[in-house]
Design a protein around this ligand. Structure first.
Ligand SMILES: Cc1cc2nc3c(=O)[nH]c(=O)nc-3n(C[C@H](O)[C@H](O)[C@H](O)COP(=O)(O)OP(=O)(O)OC[C@H]3O[C@@H](n4cnc5c(N)ncnc54)[C@H](O)[C@@H]3O)c2cc1C
Length: 589
């Protein structure tokens, strides 16, 4: 028999980026807020303290801060006729676990979508005709425009103290910024980070080709900064331990450095750790939720937590799993195309070229998670899809994030994988390698989706979620296009050796190799309940007091990293809650 706890106004599932922001904003409304986080409590001190945190084996290889598959995982298969198998060892993507979520160990590359991406289907139809959309592709408009989101992007960037250079200020193109971005209402809150040598070399070569390099927007503070909640960031020391690590220097924006210190001081906010939500409980009317049931790891009991408002902030994949387990929204069926929950799961199409120079020293150990120079000349708004034969785009970047001995030591092709030959090559090339990467979109398809696995269950006896996903010809064509553009720039830099890694015809999705933790879709936003799970305010069409945050809302993946838009959408949803829903709870139109 489950224990029942006293009712709260708001229950938040997951205390990562979106959970922290929603917690703060709902607490500011004077509501009694409880956040339930399945993992451990974490803070800069003691968890990210120097020197303990710069342990590559513990955190980058053994995934110290990430989800533990023995406690929570999913099954994966390539196609609808395959049998899915459990993802027993993290590889391709690394979901977070514990207070701060993946916001602890992210890189901090913080982008906005282009205006066209938020209305991709309309943009394609208007400019190239509906005929160019492949039959099995299910791209959609988001239901929110860039103009509507702009103030919320601005607020999120100021919350995180993003370092960058505007390229388009109120419609006026700015020297040194990204000329292809949507108009912004103000400059980035902090100037760009200092450049590393590799990014300078890339930017020079790109300029000579007539391209437009600019500093990548970074959530690593270039100087001391205080945000709207009074949280303080220190200037980054370029230690090279961002991705997969917590920041020892209070320099990388994270829920800890930007929100949680202030949130914990709110008297009407509480959070419980080691409390995994098992299900959102529906009320008898079937149109609202009445609370959640969670597993209290410490007492070993199930607890029923009643609440008026349920905010699902558990990371995209877990958001979808919870909706499927809670019978909120009709599950998607690819054979009929009906149903919505699990529809349009997408990933990120990445690739890159390594360049080795005998006479250049890069000092790769000086790095930041998100610095470097990028170009957006081959982004979605710049490509003629009809001419090139694909829909999508990429941004392209050079800038090293660190020089760790295990994961970031690469040798040229042909080097033995171990022994004396490997040692010699490692010594010869460690300081002489740089890379140029492509970070690209991934479209949504009829048979790429999430549902409940018919065979495998988790430790609570619940069905695991099943991912059905593989690469499609459209996106492979896009990444091959980027390969040709990158190799053109790279060749002009005259490296001694060069090696490229991009998906090509016949490439299958490989779960063992890290590609990105940019899993999106499955609880898509939109204006039509037949093709979306949540409306344009991130409110469930089925249960109006359930709001679902995060990248599960994306109808297809953008060419950028996902956290900028999901931060902006969180503030957009907060506005709808504050100014409308809380005053009169009902389905918003
Ligand atoms: C190595 C790495 C590098 C990355 N780099 C970048 C980058 O450079 N730029 C970028 O834009 N994005 C990056 N990301 C992605 C970024 O971290 C996520 O987009 C972001 O953290 C998502 O925010 P969220 O609030 O949706 O989820 P999270 O921040 O992950 O928070 C979700 C929380 O919910 C908890 N939770 C899950 N299920 C339950 C449950 N049932 N009950 C209770 N709690 C639950 C989890 O434990 C977690 O703490 C990176 C991710 C990783 C792993």
């Amino acid at each position: 028999m489950a224990r029942t706890d006293p009712k709260k106004d708001v229950v938040i599932i997951g205390l990562g980026w979106t959970g922290s922001i929603l917690g703060m904003e709902m607490a500011k409304e004077g509501l009694e807020v409880l956040a339930l986080e399945r993992g451990d409590d974490r803070d800069t001190v003691p968890d990210f303290q120097y020197p303990g945190v710069i342990d590559e084996l513990k955190y980058a290889i053994r995934y110290g801060f990430m989800q533990k598959p023995r406690k929570s995982t999913l099954t994966i298969r390539h196609g609808v006729n395959d049998t899915a198998l459990p993802y027993r060892h993290l590889g391709s993507f690394l979901p977070g676990d514990g207070v701060g979520g993946a916001g602890i160990h992210w890189n901090g590359q913080t982008w906005r979508t282009q205006p066209a991406e938020l209305r991709l289907k309309s943009y394609v139809e208007e400019n190239f005709g509906a005929d160019i959309i492949p039959e099995d592709m299910q791209i959609q408009d988001w239901g929110v425009t860039y103009e509507e989101l702009e103030p919320h992007y601005d607020r999120f960037e100021k919350l995180l103290g993003i370092s960058g250079k505007a390229g388009n200020l109120n419609g006026e193109i700015q020297d040194g910024g990204n000329p292809f971005e949507g108009p912004r209402s103000s400059e980035y809150p902090n100037p760009p980070l200092a450049n590393t040598y590799d990014s300078e070399l890339f930017a020079d070569a790109a300029r000579k080709k007539g391209l437009h390099p600019f500093p990548r927007p970074a959530a690593n503070a270039s100087r001391a900064y205080t945000n709207e909640y009074g949280m303080q960031l220190g200037a980054c020391n370029y230690c090279g331990f961002c991705e997969r690590f917590g920041c020892l220097n209070y320099s990388k924006a994270s829920p800890q450095t930007c929100v949680l210190g202030a949130l914990k001081r709110m008297p009407n906010f509480r959070y419980k750790t080691n409390s995994e939500v098992l299900k959102i409980e529906k009320a008898a009317d079937g149109k609202t939720a009445k609370g959640v049931t969670y597993f209290d790891e410490k007492s070993g009991e199930e607890v029923y937590q009643p609440a008026d408002l349920v905010l699902v902030c558990a990371y995209s994949l877990h958001n979808v799993h919870l909706l499927l387990l809670s019978d909120i929204g009709q599950p998607y069926d690819p054979s009929t195309g009906e149903g919505v929950v699990g529809r349009n799961y997408c990933y990120q199409m990445t690739g890159g070229t390594s360049l080795y120079f005998k006479d250049k020293k890069f000092n790769p150990f000086i790095g930041t998670g998100s610095g470097g120079m990028s170009i957006d000349d081959y982004s979605i708004s710049q490509i003629d899809f009809a001419k090139e034969g694909f829909i999508g785009g990429s941004y392209i970047t050079a800038g090293h994030t660190g020089g760790r001995p295990i994961g970031q030591l690469s040798t040229p092709p042909g080097t033995p994988k171990w022994g004396q030959g490997w040692k010699e090559a490692a010594g010869e090339w460690y300081n002489h390698k740089m890379s140029i990467g492509s970070h690209g979109s991934n479209m949504s398809y009829r048979d790429c989706y999430l549902d409940l696995d018919p065979t495998y269950t988790d430790r609570h006896g619940r069905p695991l979620m099943r991912m059905t996903f593989n690469w499609k010809a459209n996106d492979i064509k896009m990444t091959q296009f980027m390969k040709s553009k990158i190799e053109d720039v790279a060749t002009s830099m005259n490296p001694d050796k060069m090696a490229s890694g991009y998906k090509k015809d016949g490439s299958q999705y490989d779960t063992t190799v890290y590609q990105s933790t940019h899993n999106v879709g499955g609880a898509v936003m939109g204006t039509d309940p037949n093709t979306s799970v949540i409306n344009r305010y991130l409110q469930s069409w089925d249960c109006h007091n359930v709001f679902v945050m995060g990248a599960s809302a994306y109808p297809q993946n953008t060419q950028y990293n996902p956290t900028g838009p999901l931060g902006a959408l969180a503030y957009w949803a907060v506005d709808a809650l504050r100014n409308d829903y809380l005053k009169n709870p009902r389905p918003l139109m």
